[in-house]
Design a protein around this ligand. Structure first.
Ligand SMILES: NC(=O)c1ccc[n+]([C@@H]2O[C@H](COP(=O)([O-])OP(=O)(O)OC[C@H]3O[C@@H](n4cnc5c(N)ncnc54)[C@H](O)[C@@H]3O)[C@@H](O)[C@H]2O)c1
Ligand SMILES: [Zn+2]
Length: 388
């Protein structure tokens, strides 16, 4: 077969409740059917008679349907379900509509759902699979860098409420994840960069080798050179798989994945999710957390400089013009602040992180102000995000 020469990296995710592979490589999409059947031995996936559903968005389907369908019998393609882009569609009513469509198409408990899209499709698809007939199997085929390195791994699924993002959901791990880096060819550059900030995060909190690689190979990574991007995706997935394997339910170590996210989420909320992509907001959050780490002595000046330089290498980051108190208000409402205790993840040197539970309002406020002074001077604010 023409695809068999390409190497595929496999990372195994092992938690108390799940054990599944994440495949990272090229040309996974046009060979999907065979690959699903190959994991059938263990799971029964891909067996004859099993109904297959694919959840995707119209834009992704128009770019990639041919490659997706290549390995499926032409007279028996999977049933396609669509989700329009944008957080406003990541809602319970969408899940209900999709469940009705599946029932109409005679889905049963042995049906298999493939979530083929970015993090929104993955989160909605995973949640639909978690609750349809009390749970069916699903597979993730992530199409954004963010989904490949972060959201497709770890089993968190869910939808938004008016009151906040991801407030309804469940843990439901996929049977497998196929991260085909060829899919990134059509990803807008800004989406690619935003996703790469999660890989920068992975390097800072747990993988000094990935950090150094991202310092050295920024140009190759940003131009999606296959070998370089494949290494970054695989290393980021490995980092997340290890952390989730140790702490599936986020009672300890998994919290370090929230580095940059306390203020990152606050930035997103304070700008009503309209100015910055998630990864960009996290990048500014990482800058603030690093400066707090510097004040507390968890990183040296030289390490803090290296961290900030790496973050900016994957920019440009859009400017932020916000008063610090708006950010602090939003951070106080963050659901990650359990019972009023503010947990803040600080880098500890390069390649490690600590959870600080005693960050005072003053410390947080001066870290936010210091970051905002830099962020005000950044490139012009990005135009408001308009969903395609
Ligand atoms: N479950 C988790 O653990 C977890 C972790 C992080 C983020 N998330 C969630 O992920 C979501 C964000 O995901 P995202 O950043 O992937 O955004 P997204 O799903 O909105 O995708 C971004 C945009 O890129 C387009 N797109 C996707 N793939 C493409 C491709 N290959 N070519 C061209 N265009 C493409 C999409 O249509 C969309 O317009 C958020 O809802 C967030 O809450 C979940
Ligand atoms: Zn994130």
């Amino acid at each position: 077969m023409r695809y068999d020469n390409l190497s595929v990296r496999t990372i195994q995710v092992k938690t108390g409740s799940a054990d599944y592979p994440v495949f990272v490589g090229r040309e996974l999409l046009p060979t999907l059917r065979r690959r699903i059947s190959a994991i059938a031995g263990k799971t029964g996936a891909g067996k004859t008679g099993q109904r297959l559903f694919v959840l995707t968005s119209p834009a992704i389907w128009s770019l990639w349907a041919d490659a997706f369908l290549e390995s499926f019998p032409h007279d028996d393609p999977p049933t396609t379900l669509f989700l329009d882009p944008g957080e406003e569609h990541k809602r319970l009513r969408t899940v209900e509509r999709l469940a009705e469509q599946m029932a109409e198409a005679r889905a049963d408990r042995s049906s298999l759902l493939v979530a083929f899209g970015g993090g929104i499709v993955g989160d909605v698809g995973g949640f639909l699979a978690a609750i349809f007939m009390r749970g069916i199997d699903y597979i993730q085929v992530p199409t954004t860098l963010l989904a490949q390195v972060d959201s497709s791994v770890g089993g968190k699924t869910g939808v938004n409420l008016q009151a906040g993002k991801n407030l309804v959901g469940s843990f439901h791990h996929p049977l497998a994840v196929f991260a085909d880096i060829d899919l990134l060819q059509t990803l807008p550059a800004r989406e690619l960069r935003a996703g790469l900030f999660e890989s920068v995060k992975a390097g800072i909190i747990r993988d000094p080798k990935l950090f150094a690689f991202m310092e050295r190979r920024a140009e190759a990574i940003l131009s999606c050179e296959p070998k370089a991007i494949e290494y970054v995706v695989a290393a980021s997935v490995k980092m997340k798989a290890e952390v989730v394997g140790i702490d599936e339910m986020e009672s300890g170590l998994r919290m370090i994945l929230n580095y940059g996210h306390t203020l990152g989420h606050a930035i997103e909320a304070a700008t009503r999710y309209k100015q910055l992509l998630h990864g960009e907001a996290v990048a500014w959050g990482m800058v603030a957390a690093t400066r707090l780490g510097l004040r507390r002595g968890t990183v040296s000046q030289a390490e803090a400089d290296r961290i900030e330089k790496l973050i900016h290498a994957y920019g440009p980051l859009p400017a932020l013009r916000l008063p610090a108190n708006r950010l602090l208000d939003a951070a106080t409402r963050d659901k990650k602040n359990r019972a009023g205790v503010r947990r803040f993840i600080l880098p500890s040197g390069i390649g490690d992180a600590v959870v600080a539970k005693d960050v005072t309002d003053d410390e947080m406020s001066s870290a936010a102000e210091s970051m905002l002074r830099t962020a005000r001077l950044a490139a012009e604010p990005a135009p408001a995000l308009v969903e395609a």
